[in-house]
Write a protein that binds this ligand. Structure first.
Ligand code: ADP
Length: 502
């Protein structure tokens, strides 16, 4: 019989004693009404370290009854609790305190993220955790800036609008940026005075649970944020169909997004969906080629390519196609694939066995469709863990499966184009519309192409810049609704018109 793996083995590489303590503190529970409780069924599931396939922790498997309890707690906190009625300055202070506590616990949060997701500690420390704190800080500022209007009605009427919270928000998040996605959802919802039931992805529940502890430590009243871990169709599905949930905010695959739109119709919940992408990254010969190569490399290989806005279709003008794909491939080959805790490693394993198999399936599909593996094209050499080599396919055309479907892995499809018009036509020839990029020194061309691309975000001479002040979301089948910036305030408020006869 195999010995039960120890936390030390599973969490090899983690340095902070706080990380090990968190993992060793027994099976992880659900946060409902300010208390940590086991699932009503008593069931748990394992969360694994994708770098060594060992069990990191057991986590409560929430289901319909638990979601019911969590929604009740969130409803009570919304109808009777002080959060929606709190002085907004106080709400600001509390959100700032959350940001401070995230920074205070940065090392532990980064380590838990790397252990659960497989992303490098370099990325967890420099991207996920600091931006999470920044998102809370940004929305802390909004709590005092959510205004209604006075309207120029007839003289015997005083007419004004109130911007009020939506109510109980069900928030379902993916595994690629677990903590960061929790912040995109929770921070604006809280700034507007809503209450929340958060359902983290089953592959990566740990940082959301640690965030739950931090929220309580900051003094968030009980029931304002509830965290129910569990699986998509059960725990997630129960939130989506729940008659007392006012809004669903979802980030994940387009397929599940469509199901959510169908299933949430019962009580006509408000929904916002941030879904998949197959983003075009267009490179013209007059670009700063070194910058374009580096930016394109980051655009597809950051987070092992498990990024909804990854630049997975790299369009290169014919005249420079060979030279550019040579340089990109060389750079890809230079990315060290391995233990995500090694500070020199720039690429860790994929999140799960399922994702590993999916991506390997796309590598086979690319080869059998006649695309050429310029670099990578295979699993990593590691004996354990879900590694895939950074891969560049050349000789791709936009009709191939690897150019049409979202792979969500470190796989670039490099596609040649003739001219500006062809680049835009091919770039837009996709069901998705989350993001796009264009590289050129010709500012008119850059702006014209940016205007023509059907995508919610367009980057010029960079790939992947994000700032909490600026909206993010999709065109076409990449979803609807805009997160971040002032637009998230629209998602989490509703407007009431008041007519007072004088
Ligand atoms: P991926 O395929 O990349 O794992 P998903 O879209 O399946 O992405 O998952 C994103 C989130 O949606 C996860 O939290 C998952 O548990 C949840 N989810 C999956 N299926 C459903 C569903 N039918 N209803 C509600 N939530 C779901």
């Amino acid at each position: 019989m195999a010995a039960t793996p120890s936390v030390e083995t599973a969490a090899r590489g983690a340095k902070s004693s706080a990380t090990l303590e968190f993992l060793k503190s027994g099976p992880k529970k659900l946060l409902i009404g300010g208390k940590w409780v086991a699932a009503k069924s008593g069931k748990t599931f394992e969360t694994l370290n994708p770098a060594n396939e060992e069990v990191l922790a057991l986590v409560a498997e929430g289901d319909k009854e638990d979601v019911d309890e969590a929604v009740k707690a969130a409803r009570k906190a919304f109808e009777e609790g002080k959060w929606p009625r709190m002085n907004p300055h106080e709400r600001t202070r509390l959100l700032l305190k959350i940001a401070d506590l995230i920074e205070k616990n940065a090392e532990q949060l980064a380590e838990l993220e790397t252990l659960d997701n497989g992303k490098t500690i370099f990325e967890s420390k420099n991207i996920d955790v600091p931006i999470t704190a920044e998102v809370f800080r940004y929305y802390a500022g909004w709590a005092t800036k959510i205004y209604g209007e006075t309207n120029p009605s007839t003289p015997d009427v005083f007419n004004f609008t109130l911007r009020e919270p939506v109510g109980v928000c069900g928030q379902i998040i993916p595994w690629n940026f677990p903590l960061l996605m929790a912040s995109w959802k929770i921070a604006p919802a809280l700034a507007c005075g809503n209450t929340v039931v958060l359902k983290p992805a089953e592959q990566t529940p740990l940082t959301a649970l640690r965030l739950g502890e931090i929220l309580l430590e900051a003094g968030l009243p009980e029931g304002v944020v509830n965290v129910v871990t569990g699986f998509g169709p059960t725990a997630g599905g129960a939130l989506v169909t729940h008659p007392d949930v006012d809004k669903i905010a979802f980030t994940g695959s387009t397929e599940v997004g469509k199901a959510i739109q169908r299933e949430s119709v019962g009580n006509l919940k408000r929904i916002s969906l941030e879904l998949g992408g197959k983003s075009p990254n267009i490179i013209f010969p007059d670009a700063d080629v070194n910058m374009a190569v580096f930016g394109s490399m980051m655009g597809i290989f950051l987070n092992q390519g498990q990024v909804c806005c990854a630049g997975s279709r790299i369009f290169v003008q014919e005249s420079m196609y060979d030279q550019f794909t040579d340089s990109l491939s060389q750079m890809a080959q230079g990315l060290t694939l391995g233990d995500p805790f090694d500070p020199n490693v720039r690429m860790g394993p994929l999140v799960s066995k399922e994702q590993h198999e999916r991506v390997l399936g796309y590598l086979s599909a690319g080869k059998s469709e006649g695309a050429k593996v310029k670099v990578g094209g295979d699993r990593g050499p590691q004996e354990r863990g879900y590694y895939v080599k950074p891969t560049v396919f050349t000789g791709v055309n936009n009709a191939m499966k690897i150019a049409r479907e979202e792979i969500f892995g470190p796989v670039a499809a490099a596609i040649p184009f003739k001219d500006e018009n062809d680049a835009v036509l091919q770039g837009n020839d996709t069901a998705y519309g989350l993001a796009a990029a264009v590289w050129t020194k010709d500012i008119s061309r850059a702006i014209k192409v940016a205007r023509s691309l059907k995508a919610g975000t367009v980057w010029i001479n960079n790939y992947g810049m994000l700032d909490p002040i600026t909206p993010f979301g999709g065109y076409k089948q990449s979803g609807f609704g805009r997160e971040l910036g002032k637009y998230a305030i629209d998602l989490y408020t509703q407007i009431k018109s008041v007519y007072a006869r004088l």
